[in-house]
Design a protein. Sequence first.
Length: 345
Amino acid sequence: MSTTESLAGATVAITGGTGSFGSTMVRHLLKEDVAAVHVVSRDEAKQDELRKTVADSRLRLFLGDIRDYDSVAESCVGADFAFHAAALKQVPSCEFFPEQAVKTNVEGSRNVIRAAHAAGVRSLVCLSTDKAVYPVNAMGMTKALMEKSAQAWARNHPESGTVVSTTRYGNVMYSRGSVIPLFVSQLKERRPVTVTEGSMTRFLMSLDESVDLVLHAFFNAQPGDLFVRKAPASTVEVLAKAVAKVLGYDEPEIRVIGTRHGEKQHETLLSQEERAKSIDQGDYFRVPLDARSLEYELYVDEGDRAAAAVTDYTSSNTTQLDVDAACELLLRLPEIQHLRKGNHS
């Protein structure tokens, strides 16, 4: 049975369903034979836009904030699956307002987990980020705590009928606030393309691939699992040159502006310890829950040597794309295809 067949007749609740990732998932689900999609978000303007562009009676919009338990609980009623995408995601803004990141990314996520359990949701998938691994910024730290909250729920509530799992992903290409739309804007306006540091590497994943990762988790997760999709990477400079090339611009002027608050040179999708116990599922890594109890004395005489044999899974040691390979990846994006069509019309 395929994932799309399994979703037939199901009701899916999505937090943050008006964002780039969430709205992509909404559109994907509505193409399938789902019974309904419940979206909870706090932005009424984006909700109105989504309602008008989707124009599907199966879409139900709930105005609310995940910081408020009742907002989430109402949207989960009757849901078979739930997808938690609501978050504060911008690294610089979370650096300046870390208490706000805690309220949304940690406390709000706890509300989502509790509400899904109370509603009898079959499977809840929480979206995380590579920035949660060895976090150096507030956004990554709060996302790491979200992951720990999901894992702690699975560990402490084995009787729950709700499977809570987490997916962790790198940069999603052409998502709102990502670097590719910025490069496109700068190229169109014939301005220098600004990069924080040209040798900085980032994982590259499309929105559709991110959706596939969530669907994989819906139907394959055990309580507390973490899933990562394997992804290539490139330097930021290579990506900038590739965007210019696919859109037909000459060699762009690249201006290095320096790293922003809380940025890393390279990102990590799996730590050394996680990779040591991960299960290779082809396109995905599955990291099962560490279900050991608080009886640490049981492990005094025997540790785990497996972690010493592997390395982290990072944007510097995954498959590295050159400009041509990055162009090939970009050409699969609907947004790039639309821009190229406009340039040639």
